[in-house]
Design a protein around this ligand. Sequence first.
Ligand SMILES: [Zn+2]
Ligand SMILES: [Zn+2]
Length: 269
Amino acid sequence: MAYPVTADFHTHTDSSPDSQAPVEAMCRAAVDRGLTALAITDHVEMVSFLDDGYDRLSARSYRKAVEAQQRFQGKLRIAAGVELGEPIYNMEETRRLLSTHPYDFILGSMHSLGDGQDFYFYDYSKADIPSVLDAYFQGVLELVRWGGFHSLAHLTYPLRYMPPERRPETLTPWQEVIDEIFTLMAGKGLALEINTSGLRGPIGMTSPDLTLIRRFRELGGENITLGSDAHRPEDVGAGLETAASLAIEAGFRYCCLYFEGKPERVRLV
Ligand SMILES: [Zn+2]
Ligand SMILES: [Zn+2]
């Protein structure tokens, strides 16, 4: 029998440029939904760290998460986390950020390539999709080679925004690089995130989907995290039961929470 999921390990607040949700509202929503743990993982896009003011936003996010930890003590365990975008393109600021904020939890993301243009903003009617995905997965491979994070966020991120008629039906052409990514992750003990935001959008599936979650397990992956990627209180905890059932189907028996950078295993079955 499956246990209910009581932790959401990917959420944003108004310290992310694309969210207006106060930390307090996200934490209250978590408590109301019966969660016992929540990771605040605001965006810090390293490719445009100084230009776009992420130095200021990251300090604000961290301070507010730590304040919330105290306010919600005994009701909700809050991980002061970060969603670190494209650290490989700005290692100097990445090292500085991580040495000045002792994060509980770090998600590693690739939202863009070195040009800083988020996949969200691509014109997919014109883009050469196979080349976009080639470059994307090479970027993820580089991110994993560096490995200075806990969980790899939304592995199939660019697919989220492609119109259905342009989206590849299968990722088989990229299986070799994905296998290399998974093998490296398994060896380093890095977690794979099952991100549920696609369940609320037109793509209608988690990132990654069951096929890839299963492949990660086959290649020795042991750790997964579950996250809604909520940017507003009403999405906190959304889809986590679906993510957990996919994880169980793929052969995982527990998911991970991270506090003070250390994994805690929580049973799924
Ligand atoms: Zn993201
Ligand atoms: Zn996110």
